[in-house]
Structures are given as C-alpha cells and as structure tokens.
Design a protein around this ligand. Sequence first.
Ligand SMILES: Cc1cc2nc3c(=O)[nH]c(=O)nc-3n(C[C@H](O)[C@H](O)[C@H](O)COP(=O)(O)OP(=O)(O)OC[C@H]3O[C@@H](n4cnc5c(N)ncnc54)[C@H](O)[C@@H]3O)c2cc1C
Length: 495
Amino acid sequence: MWHSSSAAGAAAAGQGCHDALVAAGVLEDLMTALAPARVRAGGHDLALFGRDASTITAGVASAVCFPESAAEVQACVRVARRHGLPFVARGSGTGLAGGAVPQDGAVVIVTTRMDRVLSVDPDAGVAWVEPGVLNLDLTRLVAPHGLRFAPDPSSQQACTIGGNVANNSGGPHCLSEGVTSAHVLAVEVVLPDGELAVLGGLDPEPGGYDLRGAFVGSEGTFGIATRIAVRLVLLPPSVATLLLDFTTLAAAAETVSAVIAAGVLPGAMEMLAGRMIGAVEAYVGAGFPVDAEALLLVELEGLPAGVATATEIVEQVGGTHGARTVRVAADAVERALWWKGRKSAFGAVARIAPNYYLHDTVVPRRKLVEVLGQIEQIAAEHDLIVCNVFHAGDGNLHPLLVFDARVPGTLDRVHAAGEAIVRASLAAGGVLSGEHGIGLEKRDFMAWQFDADDLAAQARLRSAFDPDRVANPRKVLPRGAGCADLAGLPPDVWI
Ligand SMILES: Cc1cc2nc3c(=O)[nH]c(=O)nc-3n(C[C@H](O)[C@H](O)[C@H](O)COP(=O)(O)OP(=O)(O)OC[C@H]3O[C@@H](n4cnc5c(N)ncnc54)[C@H](O)[C@@H]3O)c2cc1C
C-alpha cells in the first residue's frame, strides 16, 4: 500500500512523542487511571491506531487507552486535558472518512473493551448497550426474541454501535427502517470537560431540545458515548430476496425509481455494477451473472401476502424496464450467499487493483441515471477504473476508484476524479455523505455544500459541547477565514 511510508513516519514520530510524554507523565497518569496493560504508546501501536479504514489519511496519537467503564473514559479525558492534549474516540476503526484518525497528538480512547449488552427489554423493544458492542452481535443476541437492530452497515461484523451512533450509519436495510438516528433513544456521554450526561430518554417525547439528535452523527466531536439505549424492531414474518440483472446501468437505475413509484418500498434495494460484479463473483462465488452490466438485489419484507404481491410487482416492473432475468432466492442459504456477495464488495476490488478510494455522496433517486453516467465519464477522463456498489434505493452512491498507487501520478488523478464526483453529485442536488461521515477526508468539501452562515451555525453548536476543541479536533468543519470570522473566531482557529 502506498501509505506504508507514512505509517513508518508515524511510528517514528510516535516514538519521539512517546519519549516526550513519558517525561511529561501522561503515560504514568493514564496507567494510574487504567491498568498499565490497557495503555499503549509503542511505535507500532501508535502507527496502527493512527489510521482507520479510509485510504488517504493517517495521524499520530500520543497514547492509546482501552477503558472498561464510563468512569475510566472520564479519567482518560481528564488526563488528556490536564496535559493539554486533545482526545479522539475510537470503536473498531472501520470508518471510511478518517474520523478516528488522531490529530494534534490526540489520546486515542478505544471503546472495544466496553462491549457488554447491559439489558434487553423485548416487550419495550429497547436495549442498553455499551459503545463497543459490535453491530451484528447485538442483532444475533436479540434475534431469539424476534427482534433486530435495524441499521446494518456492510461492516456490521466488525463495527461498533458507538461508531454507528457517531457516524449516524446506514446500511442496506435502512431504506425502509431509517438510519441510526431513528434507532437511538438515549446516549450517555462523557463530555469534553469530563462530565457525564445523558441525552434523550426512554419517554416517547423527552422534554427540552433534542440533544440526542444533535449528538448522533457528531463524529466524536461532542464527546464520547459510553452507554446507548437503542430501539429494536420486529424481525419481518416473511422475506423474499430478488436478484434482477440488466445489460445496461441505466435500465437498472430506472428500475429503482420505478419500483418505488409502483408503491413498493423494499426493505433493501442495492446495486452492483460493471466490473464490481465479476470481482465479487470471483471472490465469493455468489452465483451472480458476470456478463450483466448491473444487478439489483431487492429484499421485500412483511406479512406473507404483502411480500407475495410486492414480489409480483417487482418482477413486472423489472420486466418492463429491461431486466434480463428476475430470480427469487430459493431458500435462506441462497439469500445469505447473495448478501455475502453484496457485503464483501469493498474487499473484492483488491482482485482488480491494490488500492481504492471511495465516495459516499447521495443524489435524488431520479438523478441516478444522469449522475452514474457522469461518474463513468469522470473515471474515463482521469484514466481510472470505477466500480459501483451502493444503496440504490436511497440514492446513496459508493463509487470506488480502483487503482495502483505505486504507479507515479496516480494519486493526483484519483484526487481530481474524486473532487469531480463530489461536485457532480452536489450539482445534481445531492449531499456530501450518506453514512460514512465527513471526518478528515470530506472536511474540506464542506464549504461546497454549506455556505458560511451554515458553517458558522454548526461551529456554534460545536462550541456549546466543546468550546476548547479538544474532542476529535480538525474533523468535520473546515478551517476558513470567512467561516471563522462569522463564528467570531480568529481566522487561524479550526472551527
Ligand atoms: C467494508 C466496509 C463496509 C462499510 N459499510 C458501511 C455501510 O454499509 N454503512 C455505513 O454507514 N458505513 C459503512 N462502513 C463505514 C463504517 O463501518 C461505519 O462508519 C461504522 O459505523 C464505524 O464504526 P467503528 O466502530 O469502526 O467506528 P470508528 O471507525 O472507530 O470511528 C468512527 C467515528 O466515530 C467516532 N466514535 C467511535 N466511537 C465513538 C464513541 N463511543 N463516542 C463518540 N464517538 C465515537 C470516532 O471518533 C470516529 O469519528 C463500512 C466500512 C467498511 C470498511
């Protein structure tokens, strides 16, 4: 990977930082607050926790801590602050926008040891969980009660509920159920000053401002979630999974809108297109037709009669919009195989080239055909391969630019193409991010979507939680003289 040299640099810089910190007593204080074995500052640890799953960002941490309780998180935050250091929360590090990448020598506070499901109330459909619980583990645990946690990112085997809350994550089944914010009732938070607060509550209409809503999606810049009350939804009594294949991307994209216009809101409607299909098939052997130009994976959920009717409608709409075949999964095994194919797509592109850079823009569904065509053109103009796999029902695009960074000059073309894709999506009335967050990677694009007044308002909200900018600094909001002026801050201050 081309970032190996920066990782080595990070390790070396980390070693220097380590020595300084030992002298300053930060490590000693952290080790006193936690067990010594749960504080790390070796060069390799700092390099490892200086990255997440995004491809183009890296940072250097001062130390990495593994608290086991809210009280220990408070202690870590207080130690960091006492020594004048910022901090960054980290779950599993599967984020794709550099959100967990430490800046300014932040202390990395990892929640993976806080992984207990504290209570499940099946009648109320509520569970209290610690932030380090893995998304899929929660759904597996509550399935015997006929329940699930609806947000199901394709990374759900690895990502944490805390990370889902921070990024307001989505997933294939968020088309009908809504993204994470619709499934979080309350959050216990360690605020940037080290105090503990509970935002939201289990009452249907908690009083006051919806600070829970503000926290969900704040990407670790408002504090660290230490306990979360999540809403659990009923497992559907009946499910049908359909695979439609097309000889053109445009026909598949038109079918997406046509299905919904026909009155069917699927549980999930995902698209794989172009070279992605062959890559996934070679990787997983899901039974996907490799000569197709686009596939739609449509999941219909509900009472058996409703699912049967919806299946007929999707078959009919697919037929009139050019679907070559419409297959219905024969059984749970075939259904799981198709989903394995969909959820393994990012990994499968390694069969094409060693690196990828992906965007996460959202466009109005009716603009899918137009924007997908523009993306193909942008990739061709920059001599890059693009693979598409995305939440088609939501219009949430994930174009992956696939490349070999060892080829000189490639990265410049990748950046240029990435910017053009973002601009094309915004020009179509879209937004910067559907679910991966802004983090570091998309921060400097924020001014393309929001004007200075909007950014200044967001900066003021951030100030209400974190006036000193110690929680995950330099993320989400860009530095800009105009914006900072409006926020009442000097121009060299990150807002
Ligand atoms: C193969 C793959 C597929 C993916 N598919 C999807 C998908 O379908 N949908 C989707 O939405 N995302 C997807 N993602 C992105 C990623 O998995 C999600 O954003 C996920 O929610 C991140 O969880 P995490 O535990 O890894 O968080 P991390 O990467 O560790 O952190 C992400 C952000 O959350 C903050 N954070 C973490 N824990 C806390 C906490 N307790 N309190 C406050 N802030 C916190 C961090 O500071 C950071 O800003 C995918 C990623 C990969 C690698």
